[in-house]
Design a protein around this ligand. Structure first.
Ligand code: SF4
Ligand code: SF4
Length: 337
């Protein structure tokens, strides 16, 4: 079973990290079963967030009485010190614990630093001194903020989207984390559902240059858990066949393809750009039913309300003409329906 050291934290985690966002969508009983099975099978790292509704509560229930055996990270999206303190108390209560191993700023639009006027970093430090949190990390979808955080030396870990569809710039960020001994926690290892071959995704993460990378897989179903667990004993090789599949995906998804990163959000018209702008791909690469639900039809219809303010286009790091991409995806969606 391979393990990863999360940078300066020194925390030793199983190469399979458990992303606890999807357990929001299942019952408490099912979630507890899944989490305990993961633990029994060697997974010792669980990542959640204050914003993931009852995910923390489910973790708290699953691991009651065995706190020292697992490593938990959670997140706060607080904008003010006062809210961070409130969030932390709430997380501790729901997780039924008196400490968080890794406390992360949840995708802030800027890199919190001491003296920046928000008091956020100071509040996190204070919580660390009080023993309520053991390490401070940050999660982000914006490469500039992520790089700034790593270079600041203030963060022990960075959580960032990373998969075999990563750009050169993103791979450089991963390397920067290795050089600065910043733990790198990879979210969206399956590119938010665009990558179907989990073995390819896993094999990519297990390359020697990514020995410091800790992927967290969003797990909702037992078969998904079983699949990742099976790789622990039989690590998939990055053989010729898998390399070809990766290459095929990279080619297919090159150019005008929305990575779902969310850098361009929020949208003043309330459009969920990170999914709507890649709907055509989702419909063809993932099971369709969920994307054709009434809820998604409503979300896609919001594209009609686009204000053409251009904010999303300006912010997209991939240079996409986002409003045009949304328009094309909406046309295709209506035809598909
Ligand atoms: S151009 Fe349209 S989609 Fe983009 S941010 Fe503005 S309103 Fe939202
Ligand atoms: S349009 Fe660009 S910034 Fe927005 S989610 Fe897609 S890739 Fe990311």
């Amino acid at each position: 079973m391979e393990s990863v050291i999360l940078g300066k934290t020194g925390l030793k985690v199983n190469k399979n990290g458990f992303g606890a966002l999807p357990i929001q969508r299942i019952s408490k009983k099912e979630a507890v079963y899944l989490l305990q099975k993961a633990f029994r099978s060697g997974i010792n790292y669980y990542d959640t967030a204050r914003a993931y509704s009852d995910s923390e509560e489910k973790l708290g229930e699953a691991f009651l009485g065995m706190r020292e055996q697992i490593i938990i990270s959670t997140k706060t999206a607080a904008q003010r010190a006062e809210d961070l303190r409130k969030d932390l108390e709430e997380s501790l209560a729901r997780l039924q614990t008196d400490y968080i191993d890794l406390y992360q700023f949840h995708n802030p639009a800027f890199c919190p630093k001491p003296g920046d006027g928000t008091g956020l970093y100071e509040a996190a430090l204070e919580a660390k001194e009080q023993g309520k949190i053991r390490h401070i990390g940050i999660t982000n979808h914006r490469i500039a903020v992520a790089r700034e955080a790593v270079l600041s030396g203030l963060y022990e870990t960075l959580q960032f989207p990373f998969s075999y569809l990563a750009s050169e710039e993103e791979k450089e960020l991963v390397e920067l984390c290795r050089k600065t001994d910043t733990g790198f926690i990879a979210m969206k290892g399956l590119a938010g559902g665009l990558i179907h071959n989990a073995a390819c995704a896993y094999a990519f993460m297990c390359q020697p240059q990514y020995a410091h990378v800790e992927p967290i897989w969003g797990i909702q179903r037992e078969r998904e858990l079983d699949e990742f667990l099976s790789y622990q004993d039989h690590m998939p090789e990055l053989n010729e066949e898998r390399m070809k599949e990766i290459q095929r995906d990279q080619e297919q998804l090159a150019g005008e393809f929305c990575r779902g990163c969310g850098y361009c959000m929020p949208c003043p018209a309330g459009i969920e750009i990170n999914n709507c702008a890649r709907m055509s791909l989702m419909l063809r690469r993932a099971p369709q039913e969920a994307w054709l639900s009434e809820e998604w039809q409503d979300k896609m219809k919001k594209i009609e309300n686009c204000l053409h303010c251009g904010n999303c286009r300006k912010k997209c790091p991939y240079g996409l003409d986002t409003p045009e991409l949304l328009r094309k995806n909406y046309e295709d969606y209506k035809t598909f329906l």
